[in-house]
Design a protein around this ligand. Structure first.
Ligand SMILES: Cc1cc2nc3c(=O)[nH]c(=O)nc-3n(C[C@H](O)[C@H](O)[C@H](O)COP(=O)(O)OP(=O)(O)OC[C@H]3O[C@@H](n4cnc5c(N)ncnc54)[C@H](O)[C@@H]3O)c2cc1C
Length: 289
């Protein structure tokens, strides 16, 4: 998997959306014809025999909604802290045991793209001391507004270490380490702003991505993660054989939608069939009478 990821990352298969990744979300939103409600966190999921009940907060008040079908894309690292009812034990084990790997990014908004004077027009550098990868923008910025460098991108143990620092400590630490490669960062006014995120501590993901490995072995844990519970279906990178890629989450969502549609037509067929059997039985009873 490691080799697979590296091959993807350096191949022509890795695409960038012109105009920014937000466009993907905007186009998906355009195609959904019902209102999308944000800031209403789900706090409980209850699986019933032929429907699913969802408890969520609206302006801090708990509301309950009964749904024929639910496609849940909430990461398991978040779900394992919720109230869950009606799930079988194997599914609960999968929710509790799916392994998540932390990640952090620290970005600097700089007065200028001083690295271009060294012939750097994109790509990355690697530093030690747990700061790892520094990425340079491959697009041009308006020089009046300065530039941006992704000073540090870490995953795994390094991300945990940076994640445990306060934001201020994290920014200063990364500045010190990357200054060994780029002393310009120490010039007064060179860094206009710093921003960072530690996905391991982020409330709505509680991790960067899933890993299909336990201590030693590869586990196809995504198959169990994707297994539905009655009318509750699952999708997301954790349900895909391509974890940590948008492609994986999209493909798993398409598979789940196919499963919902098949389930729905099967239920309609079963209902129609049992209605027909009932009609025939009634007719038979009438004839017999
Ligand atoms: C640092 C980093 C770099 C990456 N780089 C790339 C890259 O270059 N290319 C690429 O293809 N992929 C990349 N990925 C991976 C990609 O971002 C993920 O695979 C993808 O976003 C997963 O989508 P998802 O829908 O499964 O989960 P998410 O995008 O995490 O969506 C889950 C959603 O559930 C919501 N949620 C959580 N809890 C609740 C709740 N209680 N109630 C309601 N909603 C809730 C969250 O707010 C979130 O919107 C990167 C990931 C990280 C962390």
């Amino acid at each position: 998997m490691f080799l697979g990821d590296i091959v993807t990352e350096i191949s022509h298969d890795l695409l960038q959306i012109k105009g920014g990744t937000q466009l993907l979300i905007d186009r998906l939103v355009e195609s959904i014809k019902v209102p999308i409600k944000c800031n209403q966190p789900v706090v409980a999921i209850k699986v019933r025999s032929n429907y699913t009940e969802i408890d969520y907060l609206e302006n801090g008040q708990k509301q309950t909604r009964r749904c024929d079908y639910v496609l849940c894309t909430i990461p398991f690292s978040v779900m394992r802290k919720m109230e869950l009812e009606g799930f079988d034990q194997r599914k609960i084990d999968s929710i509790n045991n799916t392994v998540y790997c932390p990640a952090t990014k620290v970005a600097f908004h700089t007065k200028e793209n001083f690295w271009s004077q060294q012939g750097i027009k994109g790509g990355a550098s690697f530093s030690g001391a747990g700061v790892r990868q520094t990425y340079y923008p491959s697009v041009k910025f308006n020089p009046e507004r300065g530039s941006v460098m992704l000073a540090s991108y870490t995953i795994g143990d390094d991300a945990d270490r940076l994640g445990n620092m306060t934001e201020q400590q994290r920014h200063s630490y990364v500045k010190e380490v990357v200054s060994n490669v780029h002393p310009e960062l120490q010039q007064s006014g060179m860094i206009l702003e710093s921003a960072s995120i530690a996905w391991g501590n982020y409330e709505w993901s509680a991790g960067g991505c899933t890993v299909h490995w336990d201590e030693e072995n590869y586990t196809a844990s995504y198959l169990e993660a994707a297994r539905p519970q009655n009318t509750l279906f699952f999708a997301g990178e954790h349900c895909s054989k391509y974890p940590a890629w948008l492609q994986g989450s999209i493909e798993s969502a398409l598979e789940a939608i196919y499963d919902i549609v098949s389930h729905k037509s099967a239920s309609i067929l079963t209902t129609t069939y049992s209605n027909s059997v009932q009609t025939i039985q009634n007719r038979a009873l009438q004839v017999a009478a």
